[in-house]
Structure formats: structure tokens, C-alpha cells
Ligand binder design. Structure first.
Ligand SMILES: NC(=O)c1ccc[n+]([C@@H]2O[C@H](COP(=O)([O-])OP(=O)(O)OC[C@H]3O[C@@H](n4cnc5c(N)ncnc54)[C@H](O)[C@@H]3O)[C@@H](O)[C@H]2O)c1
Length: 435
């Protein structure tokens, strides 16, 4: 099939590359020229494991192309995915200006039937606004459908998540659209992947309700971890014990410094606002948000309780991205933690395998804040190692080498990546969360 994807960000690039890899012909429209230049050379502007390989393969096969020209993109196919950003706007609402802009652009170029698909995460009933906008701006009276097909991929495992989804949710009221979706997702349903059809409003809500629920799970285990610290229990074992219950499940029960990223913080906020605007008191989510924000403050307090004075201490930080296997630092806990330690006068030595370049845009290198390309190099003369992201490199790190490189053997682990007794057997003072 022929497919148009608007927006070459984390979701758009994965969507476009994976559909191309399944044998479709895909064009990806992006408005940032530098991204298009890189993509045409087969270079991904973002770090996502496996994406480079799929991109190159499909550029060579001529199954994927990139353009700045919306008219070219719209004329290319009847199936158009919106993968543009929906960042947090004023008072917590989702900022839908990129969706509105793309809708107007579609309207101006509408000359034949189009199926317009929201893959971006949008508040319930956004599909009605898209429809209204296209009707308002369209120059011709042409048939079109607007459907919702929210994306559930996780950065860091996006290719696998896209190709092996737990479920594909489609919200549409049109038979023509339903048939196009059936054909588009046939390679998935042939592999027994579940395709659910529902109304657009329900599909839109499924996405926000899912993300908000997962954020609740994270905040819940974080509160349990605080209790564990007080009473001498181990939150990792509590999570194991709880997770074995099929009704609960083990995932998203990792205690730590809380969630960040481009989705959970803004989606939870938007869901709260959406509920409020519709007269529904969803204060349980406000509480969860408060718990999450407080994790960062508590972690700083933990560091102070351990190091006493942060001023002029050499502190190494491993991990800047909001989660492993991505270069994305949007709303990452590291931003608040680095800011606090920096203003306390610590000498910061930062290392991340992929996210350092993005981090430099917020925290440029200075005398008190240095970036390292080698994780062990970052530890030299260090008074403490702080772990903020659970990259595999860190989990499998050489503890002997860490100990021999640092000035003092102190590890403060915000992600519980090490086995306590093992680390302590090397002579470290080891502090983690809820254990
Ligand atoms: N990142 C994730 O893990 C994830 C997962 C599921 C859903 N989502 C949702 O998917 C959407 C996209 O997220 P993302 O992380 O890929 O965002 P992003 O900011 O990385 O990418 C959006 C891209 O769209 C481009 N764009 C915006 N308007 C355009 C236009 N009119 N024409 C051409 N290009 C345009 C932007 O320049 C940008 O490159 C959001 O709604 C997000 O909530 C994200």
C-alpha cells in the first residue's frame, strides 16, 4: 500500500520505517529541513535501536522517501498518518497546534479521498476538530475520513513494540476506513496480533487512559518504596511478589526516581485537564503526579543525607536520558537533579551513551559541569557515583574498576540496578531506593 506519514519524530520515523519494511511504499513529510537532509542520507536524527538499519534498507529498496513538501506528501497516497507532536500547552492542556496546522495543510491539498489517521496522542474528540478544520479549509468537496489509531510504542524498544504490538486500536465509523485498516494491518493480524475496532472517541481515550494508568502504577510502587525504607523491607522483592499476581503484573513496578519522558508527564496532565473540563474529578491522577514530582526532591535529599555537603564534591552522574536505549531527555529526572546539584556548587562529571549531546543544549559544558565519553573516565577522582538511568552498560559495569577509579567508593543508585550484597562485597557504600 502507499502511505504518507506526517512528522519524522520518534513515532513518525518508526511508523514510516516499519510500514516500509513490511513492503509498503512510504513517504514521510517533515518540516524541519535539517532532519530531511540527514534522513535522505540514511542517518536517523534520533537514537532508537535498530532504526538506522531499517531506514537504510528501505531507502536502498526505494520503499521510503522524505520530503519537506506537504503537497507532494498528500498527493502520494490515500492513507495519511498524523505523527506530529502534541506537547504540553498552557494549563496542562495538550497543545494541538501541530495537529491543526497539518489538518489545514491536508484541506488545502485535498483533491481525492483520504483516510486521515491520528497516531499522535490527542485528547478525546480531537478527531471532530480535525474533521471540522478540514471541512472549513477544503477548497473542494471531497470525501475523507478521520480515524484514531493511537500508538503504544516505547522509546528504546520502539521497533519491536511497533511490529509486535499487544493490540492495535482503531477508532472509526467508516466501513471504507475499516477495510483500509484491515488491509494495512494484515501482516499483523496474520501473526495473530489483536486489531480492535471502536469509535474514534473511545480509541482516543484508550491511549490517554493507558498512559495515565501506567503512571499510577509507577507512583504507587514509589510510595511503597518509601514505606519499605521506613520499615526495613525490600521494594524489589515486594514488586516481585506483587507482580507474580497476573491481575497486577510485574512491569512498571520499578521503584526509583519517577517517570519522565515526552509522554507520561504531558499525557497525565492532559488527561487530568480533559477530565476537569468534562466535570470529572480525577484527583487520583493529580496525586500520582505530585508523588512523581516529589521523587526528584526526595532523591536530592537522599544525596545530601549521604554526602552532607555537595559544594565542591566531585560527583559523577551515569545516565541522562529519561530511560535507557534512547537519546530523549524530555522531562528527564536528570534535568532537575543536575540543576539542583549544579546550583549547590558540586563539580559534576556527566556520562550518557546517547543523550549527552541533547543534554548539552540545556547544560553547556563549564568548569563545574563536564561531559565524558568514557563511563569509567567520568569516575576519576570522584566522591560519589549517582545512577539516574538503567542503561545495560551500567548494569554490567565492572565493579572492581569502578572502585579502583573513584576517590571514595560511594554509589547512590536511583534505579536499583545493582544487587546490594554484591556491590557491598566490593567494599562500596551503596544506597538505592526502597531497599
Ligand atoms: N515518543 C513516544 O514514545 C510516543 C509514543 C506513543 C505516542 N507518542 C505520541 O506521538 C506523537 C509524536 O510524538 P514524537 O515523540 O514522535 O514527537 P516529535 O516531537 O519527536 O516528532 C514530531 C515531528 O513532527 C514534525 N511536524 C510537526 N508539524 C508538522 C507538519 N505540519 N509537517 C511536517 N512535520 C511536522 C516536527 O517537526 C517533529 O519532527 C505525540 O502525540 C506523542 O504523544 C509518542
Amino acid at each position: 500500500m502507499k502511505i504518507t506519514v506526517i512528522g519524522a519524530g520518534y513515532v513518525g520515523l518508526v511508523t514510516a520505517s516499519c510500514f516500509a519494511d513490511l513492503g509498503n511504499e512510504v513517504i514521510c513529510v517533515e518540516k524541519i529541513e535539517s532532519k530531511i537532509e540527514k534522513l535522505r542520507k540514511g542517518i536517523s536524527p534520533i537514537y532508537e535501536p535498530g532504526l538506522d538499519i531499517i531506514l537504510k534498507r528501505n531507502i536502498e529498496n526505494k520503499r521510503i522517501s522524505f520530503t519537506l513538501n506537504m503537497t507532494e506528501g498528500i498527493n502520494f497516497s490515500d492513507i495519511i498518518f498524523f505523527c506530529v507532536g502534541t506537547p504540553q500547552g498552557d494549563d496542562g492542556k495538550a497543545d494541538l497546534s501541530q495537529i491543526e496546522e497539518a489538518s489545514r495543510q491536508i484541506a488545502e491539498n485535498l483533491t481525492s479521498y483520504k483516510l486521515i489517521i491520528e497516531k499522535s496522542t490527542v485528547p478525546v474528540n480531537t478527531h471532530q476538530w480535525i474533521k471540522k478544520t478540514i471541512l472549513r479549509y477544503a477548497k473542494n468537496n471531497v470525501e475523507f475520513d478521520v480515524a484514531s489509531n493511537p500508538e503504544f510504542l516505547r522509546e528504546g524498544s520502539a521497533i519491536k513494540d511497533f511490529l509486535e504490538p499487544d493490540r492495535i486500536v482503531v477508532g472509526t465509523e467508516s466501513n471504507k476506513a475499516r477495510n483500509l485498516f484491515r488491509e494495512l494491518y494484515k501482516p499483523f493480524t496474520d501473526q495473530d496480533r489483536i486489531l480492535i475496532f471502536t469509535t474514534p472517541a473511545t480509541a482516543e481515550l484508550i491511549k490517554h487512559a493507558s498512559n495515565s494508568f501506567l503512571s499510577l502504577k509507577i507512583s504507587y510502587i514509589n510510595m511503597v518504596s518509601d514505606l519499605c525504607e521506613k520499615v526495613g523491607a525490600d521494594v524489589s522483592m515486594v514488586a516481585e511478589g506483587m507482580g507474580l499476581d497476573k491481575r497486577i503484573g510485574r512491569s512498571f513496578l520499578n521503584a526509583g526516581i519517577g517517570y519522565g519522558g515526552s509522554c507520561f508527564p504531558k499525557d497525565v496532565k492532559a488527561f487530568i485537564k480533559m477530565a476537569k473540563d468534562n466535570g470529572v474529578d480525577f484527583s487520583i491522577l493529580e496525586e500520582s503526579e505530585k508523588v512523581n514530582k516529589n521523587r526528584r526532591v526526595k532523591f536530592i535529599e537522599k544525596i545530601e543525607n549521604i554526602l552532607w555537603i555537595n559544594k565542591d564534591k566531585n560527583i559523577t552522574i551515569w545516565g541522562l536520558s529519561f530511560k535507557p536505549n534512547t537519546d530523549d531527555i524530555r522531562e528527564a529526572p536528570s534535568i532537575d537533579i543536575v540543576k539542583q546539584l549544579n546550583s549547590a556548587g558540586a563539580n559534576l562529571r556527566l556520562y550518557d551513551p546517547e543523550a549527552a549531546e541533547n543534554f548539552k543544549n540545556i547544560f553547556p559544558e563549564s568548569d563545574k559541569l563536564r561531559y565524558f565519553s568514557d563511563m569509567y573516565g567520568a569516575l576519576e577522582d570522584s566522591d560519589a557515583l549517582i545512577i539516574l538511568t538503567e542503561w545495560e552498560h551500567f548494569i554490567s559495569a565492572n565493579l572492581e574498576k569502578i572502585k579502583n577509579t573513584m576517590k571514595l567508593p560511594i554509589i547512590i543508585d536511583g534505579r536499583n540496578i545493582f544487587d546490594e550484597s554484591l556491590v557491598e562485597s566490593y567494599g562500596f557504600e551503596y544506597y538505592s531506593i526502597g531497599r
